[in-house]
Write a protein that binds this ligand. Sequence first.
Ligand SMILES: *Cc1c(COP(=O)(O)O)cnc(C)c1O
Length: 423
Amino acid sequence: MPDNHPSLALYGGPPIRTSSFPSAGDASGRSFGAEEKAALNRVIDSGVLWRVGGTEVSTLESEFAEYLGVPQAVASTSGTSALHLAVAAIDPEPGDEIIVPPITDFGTIIGVLAQNAVPVFADVDPLTGCMTADTVAAAISERTRAVIVVHLFGGPAPVEDIISVCRPRGIPVIEDCAQAYLTVPSSGDGFAGTRGDIGCFSLQQFKHISAGDGGLTVTSDAALAERMRHFADKGWPRDGGVRTHHFLGLNYRMTELQAAVARVQLTRLGGIVDSRRELAHRLVKGIDGLSGITGPSDVDSHALWLFPLVLDPGLVGATNNEFAAALVAEGIPASGGYLDRPVHLVPALTERRTYGRSGFPLTSPLARKEWTYEPGLCPVGERMVDETLIVLSWNEKFTESDVDDIAAAIVKVHRYFTNQLEE
Ligand SMILES: *Cc1c(COP(=O)(O)O)cnc(C)c1O
């Protein structure tokens, strides 16, 4: 190893950073305070812990709808259930197809399979990891029943362009905003989640705001909202006073305890996103000009759930996993690829582990064809996960000096690998 540059911690040199960073996994990177405790006490004292006789869940729904400027919000138990509500409201026939991206949480896909629809993967933009109007258009068939657009890491997907492709064909667009609170898509008005037919959010531990778990789905369509409400409560329209079930639903009811915490968290959301953006500007400056490394193109429209970097391995002299391992050794929370593998290559899909050994609905005679999932289906997404994408943990409680350590580590690791290239 040449000694004209600092030796990497990966190879035994001194790390840039030895103390831990604030993490959304515990109190260090979360804001749960006196207000959340008071809210929980209020619910406990009321004796009503479920939504049916309570006020917290219904109030959260109206507060969240108002926050986003949409008429309707429906609470549920998780981001996964929020997405399941959306798919169930659209009510696909078995074997109908729903277009999804290869880089996302598996929760994006679960509701599709649970409603016996087929996930059809559309490839992504090599810098944002989001689907584009072109990749979606290429995946549309006469069986396409919906598209689920994921605003990955909080970066805006081109949802308006995708809507322009889908609306003339009568295909509804669902936005998965689990990572994208207050994301601003590039044209049109309003936050992500309010552009498509339905927007889905998560309150899981690691999301911008949390109630431990929880989900929220928004829409401007009163009929979709009603169907989602009933789907989350056993298909039972309680307001009719009759104990009956209009269609097959589940119990996805959020509790009053979750909603009480979520209502307080919602008051913190603007500050959380602002702080993440401000810190992101600092990192963008700190790593400006490094060859072969691309960060988010517009921090102010991004929610910075994570801070993504895309490497050009030819210019940097390292793949994402090599670079991320060097960052981790420097004490920086980072990971190569975000996922172990793209979603279309997880065993649940490649081995069609769905319902017993049936492979349903991927093998169903009701589907357009027999569906298989293998490498090569989404070459751009696969290359991002395998070679180019790095995600850095990001948190509103980082200090400026935390960000400076992250920048210093990226500069150090970049210098090491690019020097290796020259030698
Ligand atoms: C977290 C997440 C989900 C699922 O949310 P849960 O609350 O964990 O069920 C779905 N989609 C994306 C993009 C996510 O990040």
